[in-house]
Ligand binder design. Structure first.
Ligand SMILES: [Zn+2]
Length: 204
C-alpha cells in the first residue's frame, strides 16, 4: 500500500518476511546491538531469482558491502541497494545460514532453531518455497580473514540501535532471521530481537 510503513519485531531466534515493492525502503535494526541477522530476498514474481552473497562479492569486489552498492542476484542483477548504515559496516557474505545439521555437529541433541528453518517458515505464506536456502547476507556479523586464510567468527560489533537501510530494486519478498546461534558467540548478548521495517514511498 502506497505510503504505508510496516514495522515488525523479529523475535530472538525467529524469522519474519514481508513484501517490498520496487522503490520501497527496507530497514533492519538491532535494538540491543550485536545481534546477527540472516537477510534473504527473493523476486516476488519469480522466486528462483534471489540475492546471492557470492555473486555480490564478485560484483563489488569486496568482502563486505559498502553504501551505494547493490546486492545482486544469482542472475547477477541488482535486487537491493545499500543506501544507509549506522553500524561499523561489517556484514558477512561468506558464511551460509545455520541449519539443523550445523547444530547437530556442534553437539546439540534434539531440535534447535535455525536460520534455514526460520526462512522456510517465514516465506511460506508469501508464495516462496525454499529448497536449499540461498547464501544470506549476514547483517551485523563479523567474520575476519587472517593473512594465512583462516576464518574467525567474532562477536558482532554492531551497537544498540544500529540500522541498515536498503532500497528494493524489484518486487521482493524480504526475509530476516534473528540468528538463534547460541553455541558460537557471534551475537554478543545471546540471541536478541531484530526489527524489520518496510516503507513504501508516497506516489510522486
Ligand atoms: Zn543463523
Amino acid at each position: 500500500v502506497i505510503g504505508e510503513s510496516l514495522r515488525v519485531v523479529v523475535p530472538a531466534g525467529e524469522g519474519r518476511a514481508r513484501q517490498a515493492p520496487p522503490g520501497a525502503q527496507v530497514i533492519i535494526e538491532t535494538p540491543t546491538g550485536s545481534q546477527v541477522g540472516d537477510l534473504f530476498a527473493f523476486r516476488a514474481d519469480d522466486p528462483t531469482e534471489f540475492v546471492s552473497a557470492a555473486h555480490t562479492r564478485v560484483w563489488s569486489g569486496r568482502l563486505f558491502p559498502r553504501i551505494g552498492q547493490p546486492f545482486v542476484s544469482n542472475r547477477r542483477r541488482p535486487l537491493l541497494t545499500l543506501v544507509g548504515d549506522t553500524s561499523p559496516g561489517v556484514h558477512d557474505m561468506l558464511v551460509p545460514a545455520c541449519d539443523p545439521e550445523r547444530y547437530r555437529q556442534l553437539g546439540v541433541e534434539g531440535w534447535h532453531a535455525s536460520c534455514a528453518e526460520n526462512l522456510r517458515e517465514a516465506v511460506a505464506d508469501l508464495g516462496v518455497v525454499v529448497a536449499d536456502p540461498p547464501q544470506p547476507v549476514n547483517v551485523f556479523m563479523e567474520v575476519s580473514l587472517d593473512p594465512g586464510g583462516g576464518l574467525a567468527l567474532r562477536p558482532s560489533p554492531a551497537r544498540p540501535g544500529d540500522r541498515l537501510s536498503l532500497r528494493a530494486e524489484a518486487p521482493l519478498v524480504v526475509a530476516l532471521s534473528a540468528c538463534p546461534q547460541d553455541l558460537v558467540q557471534i551475537s554478543a548478548h545471546g540471541p536478541t530481537d531484530l526489527v524489520l521495517e518496510v516503507r513504501v514511498p508516497e506516489a510522486p
